[in-house]
Design a protein around this ligand. Structure first.
Ligand code: NDP
Length: 324
């Protein structure tokens, strides 16, 4: 029997149940992975609350790292005994052992611990495509990146510095702002106490920024558009404060022919060759020390409710993991 988190209904953290589940032999194209750790991501909250619908009952969690115990028919990507990590569907990573589509598994370099692997796959691959694929950023570019002290945010702060990109971060407290600044942001704005549009104007001498990365959604969306210079790009990649309301395309033309995209990691990493290239680049920046994965919260699998309370309560910084 395996231990796993299941939900039978959507709602608050209390809907997550710690239960025994049967894990059979891996089917064709699957590998059984025994987790050493699994990652906690904001997207897990969207599935738990029902903002992102899924058939119920269901598992939760999209990220883990561990050892391959068995493989099904036709598996070529990994072998029994491999150290692996992954980020992706189906939900169900909050468990000690599971079967996963082997096409989503990547071998974890020996120099990277399971905990780091579990913490960084979803957030690190996200930063890879945001900074390297969605917009081809150049040395000297100035960007605005919200929630810079969070899991995605602290990785982005460091990666942007390594790329020579001036990242203006935002964060919800002075302590978080200090953390993001130390990680590599050129400036950090406490958006709970300061008007971030006015501060961006001030910092950039009225030039504004070429790209805004907005994962906050409802509370920041239109103000984020105000921070973009003409022909700038809005990358709306999350909704921590709630979904972005419907809007008119005139919001883009009136601010100067803005571009907008609403990307997801899963479309960027859908092809195995892209996943491997993105993971290789992530492993390289971690191995070189340019990006350090800050695991600032570790919880027991059975204590996942507290992990979600802390994440939604904006109490966490950096990455969070669960250990079986
Ligand atoms: P974080 O660790 O960044 O946690 C979310 C942070 O959002 C909080 O710590 C908080 O930071 C900030 N926030 C602002 N307003 C709110 C609010 N009303 N409620 C809760 N939090 C708020 O999470 P992740 O690193 O896991 O993810 C960051 C974002 O990126 C999420 O929105 C997630 O959905 C998105 N994402 C999107 C992906 C994609 O491919 N599209 C992939 C991965 C993540 P502060 O207190 O400093 O404001």
């Amino acid at each position: 029997m395996a231990k796993a988190i299941r939900i039978n209904r959507t709602g608050g953290p209390e809907v997550m149940e710690y239960v025994d589940v049967e894990v059979g032999e891996p089917g064709p194209g699957e590998a059984r992975v025994r987790h050493a750790a699994c990652g906690i991501n904001y997207i897990d909250v969207y599935f738990r609350t029902g903002l992102y619908p899924q058939p119920l009952p269901a598992g939760l969690g999209m990220e883990g790292a561990g050892v391959v115990e068995a493989v099904g028919e036709g598996v070529t990507e990994v072998a029994v005994g491999d150290r692996v990590a992954y980020a992706g569907r189906p939900n169900g990573a909050y468990c000690d052992v599971r079967n996963m589509p082997s096409a989503l598994l990547v071998r974890l370099p020996d120099a990277i611990s399971f905990e780091t692997g579990a913490a960084m796959m979803l957030q690190g691959l996200t930063v890879q495509y945001l900074l390297r694929r969605t917009v081809p950023l150049k040395r000297g570019d100035t960007i605005l990146f919200h929630a810079a002290a969070g899991g995605v945010g602290l990785i982005a702060s460091q990666w942007a510095r390594a790329l020579g990109v001036n990242m203006i971060g935002t964060a919800g407290s002075d302590e978080k702002a200090a953390l993001a600044k130390a990680a590599g942001c050129s400036h950090v704005i406490n958006y709970n106490t300061e008007d971030f549009v006015a501060r961006v104007m001030e910092i950039t001498g009225g030039e504004k920024v070429s790209v805004v990365y907005d994962s906050i959604g409802k509370d920041t969306f239109f103000k984020s558009l105000d921070c973009l210079r003409p022909l700038g790009t809005m990358v709306s990649f999350g909704s921590a404060s709630g979904p972005v309301p419907d809007f008119s395309l005139a919001e883009l033309s009136s601010r100067g022919s803005l571009f907008i995209t609403r990307p997801t990691l899963f479309s960027y990493a859908a092809r195995r060759a892209d996943l491997e290239a993105m993971a290789a680049e992530l492993f390289a920046v971690v191995a070189s020390g340019d990006v350090k994965i800050d695991i600032n919260q570790t919880y027991k699998l059975a204590d996942v409710a507290q992990a979600h309370i802390d994440l939604e309560g904006r109490k966490t910084t950096g990455s969070s993991i669960l250990v079986p």
